[in-house]
Design a protein around this ligand. Structure first.
Ligand code: ATP
Ligand code: MG
Length: 372
């Protein structure tokens, strides 16, 4: 996967920007608040249809402007593609128009077109933060490799929201609890598919992350990633999809009264988590800051390999401000891993982090202007 060119119009602090990239390492240098991350954000937005740092699309449109446009040319498995994304704020809403190779598409159909992996200092939350961050990481990784999974996930979330809505109405005695049956059936079916897919992905991920982790730590530490199904015994999840579906249905039924009291569904893949251990010790609770950073780096490298093995192509790598966070050994490991293999976009405030990069292309970012 390779991004060839990017055009921005009224995006964040860019009025008009046209860039052509190298297939190797693209390095954006500049002082704080000049627009380095904005460029990575535009690439990320083109891949995911949403920003990595805000859920409010209107914030991406330059202040006092009526709309913004991102135009991106990229190749996947040698085939050239073009995406254009226009955002038009309308009161508090934002109208998103996406055209892929000349055809209008819905935002939900964007997933899997351009694959990216973003790594920023906030990714430490992947280890330290709440389960939602870990589920999001896993879901994005699988979705990029398998857009069908993403559609299942969207469907699951819709059914879940409808079930929760109904639970509240039942609590307020505005609906009858017999109505839950149909929703439970649907929810259990989608939940089983999602859990099975996540389990398979984690099986592969733990192997890849372990390998990467061993390289970074000179085989001194052993990283393991496990998928933890909330409130369900391990034995139950090892069964096939149909049996798992029955087990989930049973669980939904037995926790129905609690769900009605709470007005939300207490069981399902929206409650599951990932557990990281290093040499058998839980990384979230007992890992040192350095161990947690190494863990995140290993996971991100594993994510690149995962998507490559599923799609046949490495995703594009976006490294926002991470160079200053890594020590020299890890920085060298990372650059060695990506060199000549993965197209990478790096932001940094200082050139000193890249002494070894000869094939990189440098861009100097200054207040919404970029000089090569
Ligand atoms: P740092 O090194 O601190 O991470 P950066 O170069 O990555 O900085 P960005 O986050 O890319 O900085 O850009 C921040 C700049 O973009 C700020 O000057 C901010 O005022 C400007 N900016 C953000 N959103 C908009 C917008 N909607 N319209 C105009 N300018 C914006
Ligand atoms: Mg930045």
């Amino acid at each position: 996967m390779r991004v060839n060119a990017l055009k921005l119009h009224n995006f964040r602090n860019y009025v008009n920007l046209k860039l052509v990239f190298t297939q190797n390492i693209n390095i954006f240098l500049g002082c704080n608040a000049q627009g380095k991350t904005n460029i990575l954000e535009a690439i990320y937005f083109s891949a995911m249809g949403r920003s990595h740092r805000t859920s409010i699309d209107n914030e991406l449109v330059s202040w006092q402007q009526a709309s913004c446009l991102i135009n991106i040319g990229f190749s996947r498995i040698g085939v050239e593609n073009e995406l254009s994304l226009q955002l038009k704020p309308l009161n508090t809403r934002c109208i998103k128009e996406i055209v892929y190779n000349g055809h209008p598409i819905k935002p939900r159909d964007l997933m899997g077109s351009l694959n990216v992996v973003l790594f920023s200092p906030e990714d430490l939350m992947l280890i330290k933060g709440m389960p939602a961050a870990r589920r999001h990481f896993l879901d994005l990784e699988i979705s990029q490799a398998s857009p069908a999974y993403y559609q299942q996930l969207l469907k699951y979330n819709r059914v879940l929201a409808q079930r929760n809505n109904l639970l509240k109405k039942i609590r307020e005695r505005r609906e009858n609890s017999s109505l839950l049956e149909a929703w439970d059936e649907q929810l259990a079916q989608l939940a089983a598919v999602i859990i099975i897919k996540r389990l398979a992905a984690v099986k592969k991920l733990t192997m890849l992350a372990n390998l990467m982790h061993r390289k970074i730590t000179d085989s001194k530490e052993n990283l393991v990633v496990q998928y933890a199904v909330h409130n369900l015994d391990d034995a139950e999840i090892l069964k096939d999809c149909g049996e798992l579906q029955q087990a989930i249905l049973h669980k939904l039924l037995s926790s129905r009264d609690n769900d009605i009291l709470r007005g939300s569904t207490g069981f399902g893949p929206h409650r599951d988590d990932l557990v990281f251990t290093v040499n058998g010790i839980n990384l979230r609770n007992f890992g040192s800051q350095g161990q947690q950073r190494t863990g995140v780096l290993a996971l991100k490298l594993a994510e690149l390999e995962f998507i490559k093995s599923e799609t046949g192509d490495y995703p594009v790598l976006l490294l926002d401000d991470v160079m200053s966070e890594l020590d020299e050994q890890r920085r060298t490991q990372l650059l060695y891993f990506i060199k000549d293999r993965i197209q990478t976009f790096i932001t940094a405030t200082d050139e000193k982090y890249f002494p070894e990069i000869k094939q990189g292309k440098y861009y100097y970012v200054n207040n919404g202007h970029v000089a090569e």
